[in-house]
Design a protein around this ligand. Structure first.
Ligand code: URP
Ligand code: ZN
Ligand code: ZN
Ligand code: ZN
Length: 485
């Protein structure tokens, strides 16, 4: 056999195993995994390095307008480049519907943004903000294209679809094998808090965190899970930021509910004290849900350790620390008018490796699962997230001993600040590959704009999740006619 590329001398880590092996690649796919593979058009020396499935970033806002109309700082070029520098081989940003837009228009818009620009393979989660009858009719066509996850919001006035809207989406999603994702915060609790803070003149960035109580997330997660259970539809809770919210996920998983969830590095790394910095500096750390406290960090780490989360995702939502981003509504805007979100697509994996694996909180196998394999399985990327014959050669080579202090330059994005600035990071991705092409090597970009391909995804796999049957929807018990989806 003639291999296009051979990665030799490395230690291969997967979600299940750790072993020394060479990897032979043909036509962008892993063709052989063996102790000593000779030849190869190109030989990559991985001696002393870890060879892992490239990260799959499952939560990123790229070339996306917020509900207020503000465009993220990263497009599909800078966003994918930043992801690749951070050890990711593919990503799944959002294609966001704004109210009144047809879904066909949304998908065409994002295809136009992604296809000519992405250096990495990509898919989208479809955000639905307006579940009208005509929009619901379009969803099967979206699903048929391999876009098998839909996201909805329980907060933000222009995005929030209400409980009835959620039931409609959950029902259509279930019928097609799609996974509904949800941003869970109680909108009215947040608005009530904002009103009271405004009346008291408390508008500095630090009040953002306290204006979004933990209870608002816990209530919304509980409600979202109840809605999903009523129709026995699968549900994915994005960016879980509270101990109480994670506990609901854990309890419901134990009960067999068709539930999945993620958390993000910022909830493990930062606290609300980071928003309490001189002047407007705290605006850099405004995201929703907000970062919490040390006790929450500890609790979330235990959930990461014990399997509550399928993945740790970045929620990369890049708005610059200037008038194009955070301060689009003025340099001293009150916190409700400061753009929500922070960059994280480059630092997600270095942070998780350093604080997780190097500090002994999680195993290397858990790291692979949380960074790549879990997202591939949950979101139906059939040929990604593993190092196995026939899979895409989506590989990240890590130097486990590299030590550095994180700086803005490490992000390689369009941002002008890093929330990770100054953190000590041990372990670093030194080579990222997607379908056998080297994307980043030793700090240099090697790939062309637009080489990334759209990845059609599979229906959600619910094996091992028996689900829930509401008695009141059981025709045998109550009314003799099938109305359950
Ligand atoms: O603060 C964040 N995460 N902004 C992005 C939009 C969202 O809520 O996901
Ligand atoms: Zn070798
Ligand atoms: Zn969100
Ligand atoms: Zn988000």
């Amino acid at each position: 056999t003639e291999f296009d590329t051979v990665i030799h001398g490395g230690r291969v880590a997967t979600a299940s195993d750790l072993f020394d092996a060479d990897i032979g690649i043909i036509d962008g796919r892993i063709a052989a995994i063996n102790e000593n593979i000779a030849g190869g058009g190109r030989r990559i020396d991985a001696t002393g390095k870890l060879v892992m499935p490239g990260g799959i970033e499952a939560h990123a806002h790229i070339a996306q307008e917020s509900s207020a109309g503000l465009m993220t700082a990263d497009d599909y070029y800078s966003g994918s480049v930043s992801a690749a520098f951070g050890g990711n081989s593919s990503f799944i940003p959002f294609a966001a519907q704004h109210r009144g837009q047809s879904i066909a228009d949304v998908i065409a818009t994002y295809d136009g943004r992604a296809a000519p620009n992405s250096v990495l393979d990509y898919s989208y989660h479809l955000i639905i903000s307006d579940p009208s009858a005509s929009v619901l009719e379009e969803l099967p066509g979206v699903f048929a294209r391999g876009i098998t996850s839909f996201k909805v919001f329980m907060t933000y006035d222009l995005m929030n679809i209400g409980d009835g809207g959620m039931l409609d989406i959950l029902t259509v999603a279930k019928q097609h094998g799609a996974l509904t994702m949800v941003h869970a915060e109680n909108n009215d609790m947040l608005k009530w808090m904002n009103k009271r803070f405004a009346a008291a003149g408390l508008t500095a960035p630090k009040y953002h965190a306290v204006s979004r109580p933990e209870l608002a997330e816990e209530e919304a997660i509980n409600r979202a899970v109840s809605l999903a259970k009523l129709v026995d539809a699968p549900l994915f809770i994005v960016h879980v930021s509270t101990s109480g919210g994670a506990a609901i996920v854990q309890r419901e998983k134990l009960a067999g509910t068709k539930l999945f969830a993620e958390t993000c590095p910022q909830y493990l790394a930062l606290t609300r004290d980071d928003l309490d910095r001189p002047g407007m500096e705290g605006a850099k750390f405004i995201c929703s849900p907000p970062v919490r406290d040390k006790a929450t960090q500890d609790a979330l780490w235990r959930h990461v350790q014990s399997g509550t989360f399928e993945s740790v995702s970045s929620d990369h939502a890049p708005y610059r620390f200037d008038a194009t981003g955070k301060f689009a509504n003025g340099a001293d805007a009150p916190y409700p008018k400061i753009a929500n979100g922070m960059p994280g697509i480059a630092m997600r994996l270095p942070y998780l490796f350093s604080e997780g694996v190097v500090k002994g909180r999680i195993t290397l196998q858990q790291f692979v699962s949380l960074s790549s394999t879990g997202a591939a399985k949950t979101f139906g990327m059939a040929k990604k997230g593993a190092i196995a014959p026939g899979f895409d050669a989506d590989i990240a080579i890590w130097d486990p001993e590299a030590c550095r202090t994180a700086t803005l330059a490490d992000q390689h994005d369009n941002m002008n600040y890093s929330p990770f600035e100054g953190m000590q990071i041990e372990g670093w991705p030194v080579l990222t590959m997607n379908r056998g092409d080297i994307i980043v090597e030793n700090g240099e970009l090697k790939a062309d704009r637009g080489r990334g391909r759209f990845v059609p995804r599979k229906p959600v796999d619910l094996t091992g999740k028996p689900g829930y049957r509401a008695k009141e929807l059981d025709p045998a018990q109550n009314f003799g006619a099938e109305i359950a989806p």
